[in-house]
Design a protein around this ligand. Structure first.
Ligand SMILES: Cc1cc2nc3c(=O)[nH]c(=O)nc-3n(C[C@H](O)[C@H](O)[C@H](O)COP(=O)(O)O)c2cc1C
Length: 259
């Protein structure tokens, strides 16, 4: 079969940081309803995508700590080493067809009711305004921000151990702690993590730098970023891209939030 030469570029390799994807077919993070509940189906589905030709195949959002418990067994998670086998199984299935395996690390901040972990949701400031649940989130102490950075670094370390090549820092869809810190609506802090644009951006910048440090020269660090969330088209989206332009190895950009 012949193909229109305009599409040839889609089949050419492309570099993502230290890695090379064999073509431009890239499956961004999305849930498939299987997750930890049906791990062998999840693994087989992602392996089948690699077999079908996608050069990068990602997980759905993968929560990294019980303080933001997505409370859904149909997603994946990486709280500790016990969560490694399912994710390693997916990375192996993707690698079996010469594709790169991607994982999207997430901490959903004050947006999770934590029905299973029973932890009080955490946010930049006291907040009632998240998502679909009647949640009251408490403000994080500075020591907890430092703890969050450690959880995130541990998750990057574990993702690497599970065999993932592409590791996401997720600031998308108005759902993650980093995006809540960036948001003028959710962040009313008066310390160096709130107020000015640079201060609201601090946590996102730090988690990207932390992830790059842990990833070293064997994994690519990708940011998933929502340009218009909270601030609208006149907000900080463009400024964020300009401020962090060269930090991630790839920008995966959405326009707005889940709604
Ligand atoms: C069922 C479903 C689950 C999704 N799960 C995630 C997810 O876990 N993480 C994420 O970043 N995006 C998720 N998305 C968003 C998709 O990755 C994607 O951004 C969306 O389908 C819009 O496509 P576009 O970004 O190419 O416009 C999900 C979308 C759907 C339809």
């Amino acid at each position: 079969m012949t193909r229109d030469p305009r599409f040839d570029i889609l089949f050419e390799p492309i570099r993502i940081g230290p890695l090379t994807a064999r073509n431009r077919f890239y499956q961004v993070p999305h849930c498939n309803g299987m997750g930890r509940l049906y791990p062998s189906s999840m693994i087989a589905m992602r392996g089948q995508k690699a077999e079908g030709g996608w050069s990068v195949v990602c997980t759905e959002q993968c929560d990294i700590h019980p303080s933001a418990d997505v409370a859904s067994h149909c997603l994946v998670r990486l709280w500790d080493d016990q969560d490694l086998p399912i994710l390693a199984g997916m990375a192996d299935a993707v690698h079996a067809h010469a594709a790169l395996a991607g994982i999207e690390l997430v901490h959903n901040g004050g947006g999770m009711p934590n029905n299973f972990s029973r932890e009080i949701p955490i946010a930049p400031s006291i907040d009632f305004g998240f998502g679909y649940h009647p949640i009251q989130a408490r403000a994080m102490a500075k020591s907890e921000i430092a703890a969050f950075r450690r959880w995130h670094k541990d998750a990057v370390r574990r993702a690497k151990k599970a065999g993932f090549d592409v590791i996401y820092v997720y600031d998308g869809h108005d759902t993650t702690l980093q995006s809540h810190f960036l948001s003028r609506r959710h962040n009313r802090r008066t310390d160096e993590y709130g107020g000015s644009f640079e201060d609201r951006l601090r946590l996102l910048r730090e988690t990207l730098e932390d992830a790059k440090e842990v990833a070293g020269d064997t994994c690519a660090i990708v940011i998933r970023f929502t340009v218009e969330t909270n601030q609208g088209p006149d907000g900080d989206g463009r400024a964020v891209v300009e401020a962090l332009a060269d930090l991630p190895d790839l920008w995966d950009v959405n326009i707005s939030d889940w709604n």
